[in-house]
Design a protein around this ligand. Structure first.
Ligand code: RFL
Ligand code: PHB
Length: 397
């Protein structure tokens, strides 16, 4: 077994782990990032696409936003569609000028990996048999196999940024309280080589189920249809997907352009929160600690908010010896997380086909009418969607 030493061992090279590594480097703190997948796999994984203003500001401060500003597309509003009509929600107008940027998570990850490799800092792909030890006392370490060799990475702190299926939360799960909600339905998502048919996102509540029109670039559309969480992608030939999208997104006087489907997959929807997010010297961040249904576009943004709080807390600890930031890490993050859980659950319940009860549908339509006709209603959606301000302590206001 080869022995290594660093200050912060980061498990997982998703947006949380990679951004944390960069923020720590900016504060002069060393880290080693280990990732179970290959670089090619991580860079090809299609996921989120919407960055809140606070996330863009964080990537600016981290120094990894040059391409984001060149290629990201700033959006000042979204559309909500129901009952055959499309309504515009002017997000920026309702939230003191704040906006969102459409820039694929895949691109954020590519930028962070390129940045780390250019700086010559340790980032190991294709590690296996990862295990965490010693975080209950002052001697944490992470063991793993890389290129056929077994390593033990000694550190001051372990950051568990290894996603929902990672090993870090699993290692401490008996000490956590877990909160879960399963929806029974999911999203079938496609990436299509066709110019987006709408400049802004369209969230549609249709009797047959939810649909969403989003985008990745002026040439690439990203679209979703609600389906059963247990559905098999084999049941969805391309023609059926387009047929459903045409029905659910259709409005008079507008056309949805179709194109070759480049990628497709089904994801179940759930809420999940693990509390607390720290056990001794092991900190959980991002999807390792919480999941939101994607309807509020919050998952990536929460992951970035967590590591902003964690980087601040660790910087404070290394520079002053004070543990106050570390001790408040979980509490500071969880306030923002529960706000996002509530918002994501609200958007999900308002927009999906939840059951076959006419009563449920009447309630949804009433709520959608309120949100699209009352400024107060629209403001609630807008300020949550663009993201509540990050206070200087990084805790939500
Ligand atoms: P990730 O991205 O899952 O990264 C975790 C990494 O850890 C690695 N790993 C390990 N590495 C070493 N050893 C082990 N034992 C390991 N086990 C796992 C994994 O390979 C992986 O590389 O978690 P992170 O960094 O916390 O980031 C979270 C985001 O990925 C996630 O919240 C978002 O993608 C959610 N999400 C969205 N969020 C938004 O903010 N806006 C959106 O528009 C949005 N849309 C979405 C979404 C998620 C979706 N899916 C696929 C669930 C749309 C969809 C369809
Ligand atoms: C996406 O573009 O992938 C996307 C956009 C908005 C959401 C979820 C996903 O709410």
């Amino acid at each position: 077994m080869r022995s290594l030493r660093t200050q912060v061992a980061i498990v997982g090279a998703g947006p949380a782990g990679l951004t944390l590594a960069r923020l720590l480097h900016n504060s002069g703190i060393e880290s080693v990032v280990i990732e179970s997948r290959s670089r090619e796999y991580v860079e090809a994984r299609i996921r989120a696409g919407v960055l809140e203003q606070g996330s863009v500001d964080l990537l600016d401060a981290a120094g990894v936003s040059a391409r984001l500003h060149r290629e990201g597309i700033v959006h000042h509003g979204i559309h909500l569609q129901f009952d055959g009509e499309r309504h515009h929600v002017p997000l920026s107008q309702l939230s003191d000028g704040r906006a969102i940027v459409v820039y694929g998570q895949t691109e954020v990850v590519k930028d962070l990996i390129a940045d780390r490799q250019q700086a010559g800092l340790p980032l190991l792909f294709e590690v296996s048999d990862t295990a965490v030890q010693g975080f209950q006392d002052e001697h944490p370490s992470v063991s793993f196999t890389h290129a056929g060799e077994r390593f033990q990475l000694h550190c001051d702190v372990i950051a568990g940024c290894d996603g929902f299926h990672g090993i870090c939360r699993a290692a401490v799960e008996s000490r956590l309280s877990l909160f879960t909600r399963e929806y029974g339905y999911g999203w079938l998502g496609i990436l299509a080589a066709v110019a987006p048919s709408s400049e802004e996102l369209v969230y549609s509540n249709h009797q047959r189920g939810f649909a969403l029109l989003s985008l990745r670039s002026p040439e690439i559309s990203r679209l979703y249809v609600q389906c059963d969480a247990a559905d098999d992608i084999a049941n969805w030939p391309d023609s059926r997907i387009w047929e459903e999208l045409q029905i659910r997104l259709g409005v008079d006087g507008w056309e949805l352009a179709e194109g070759p489907i480049l990628e497709k997959g089904i994801t179940g929807m759930r809420c999940f929160v693990a509390e607390p997010m720290r056990v001794g010297r092991l900190f959980l961040a991002g999807d390792a600690a919480h999941i939101v249904p994607p309807t509020g576009a919050k998952g990536l943004n929460l992951a970035l908010a967590d590591v902003a709080v964690l980087a601040d807390a660790l910087t404070h600890w290394y520079s002053t010896g004070s543990q106050s930031g570390i001790e408040h890490y979980s509490e500071d993050c969880l306030r923002r997380i529960w706000r996002a859980e509530h918002f994501s659950n609200w958007m999900t319940s308002m927009l999906h086909r939840v059951d076959d009860q006419p009563f449920s549908r009447r309630l949804q339509l009433s709520e959608l009418r309120y949100v699209t006709s009352s400024e107060a209603g629209a403001r609630v959606l807008a300020e949550n969607y663009v993201g509540l301000p990050w206070a200087s302590s990084r805790a939500p206001v």
